[in-house]
Design a binder for this molecule. Sequence first.
Ligand code: ADP
Length: 320
Amino acid sequence: MSDTSHLPEYALEAIDLRKTYGGTKKAPPKEALKGVTLRVPRGSIFGLLGPNGAGKSTFINIFAGLVNKTSGTVKTWGIDIDKDSRAARAAIGVVPQEINMDVFFTPYETLELMAGFYGVPKAERRTEELLEAVGLSDKRNAYVRQLSGGMKRRLLVAKAMVHTPPILVLDEPTAGVDIELRRQLWDYVRELHARGTTIVLTTHYLEEAQELCDEIAIVDQGQVVACEPKEQLLKRMDKKTLVIDPVDALNAVPAEFAAYDAEIRAGGALAITYRQGQQSVAEMIETFRGSGGRIDDLRTEEPDLEDVFLALTYNREEGA
Ligand code: ADP
């Protein structure tokens, strides 16, 4: 094992971070971040989830140096942006949501220019390796304007990595990208992670977060409503659903299940949602048999991230 004692515990750290936009005569103030404290552990694949307008981009853009915070402390790789914003910014690569590239350069030129911008010496440039990693080697000399949307997005990832930052931030990396390309991008993100890069991504595809992330924060209306390892977050919903496929399809919940949270699924199956450890599956099966039902098949369903997300963000009052 290499010695990691000199490395920061957190890749990104925000303490009581606030951002208010506007507040002028023309634009009324809008509090986008209302005192966010969030720590991204070094080495994680961290997902920042939240509905539209939650404050995800504002958060990311403060780290990227694109938005000025109103107050609070922000550290990147342990470096306070108020003390050394240059060094803090050098520790991070940000893949923006919008595709903004000079279309008259080739992918090769684009990466070389970016490396120059970051002051990476010629001998240390990884242009070929990066093109290979994002599957654009055979397009190295094509004009960017001739690339497909997915290729441009992959080039953006490579562009964010030219200075080999220890942290890569992706803002909605796969929005509008087809399934096959999405998988390809995920694979590359996993590979970067395996090589030691801390990954932070915002996404509204819960499936993406569930598949890729090991730590998840949920933000809503400028506040963090949850931040924990994914498995722990999923366990929070201590609910499961038992689905009984009967031999004879049901068209109503049997009277014996009146006290349960039960419903009939399409196809005539009975779905009973219960709290783990509080209601017994064996008892439910007995009750079903007692109602005269015959069982063809049984299964249980675990909650997924979508259940957790909805439970935490649904119906929260403005300012709550
Ligand atoms: P998300 O990325 O989660 O969709 P944003 O960070 O983009 O959320 O926005 C958070 C809130 O701040 C929203 O209400 C949005 O309208 C507002 N906002 C974002 N950028 C600006 C801006 N430049 N000026 C005024 N309000 C803004």
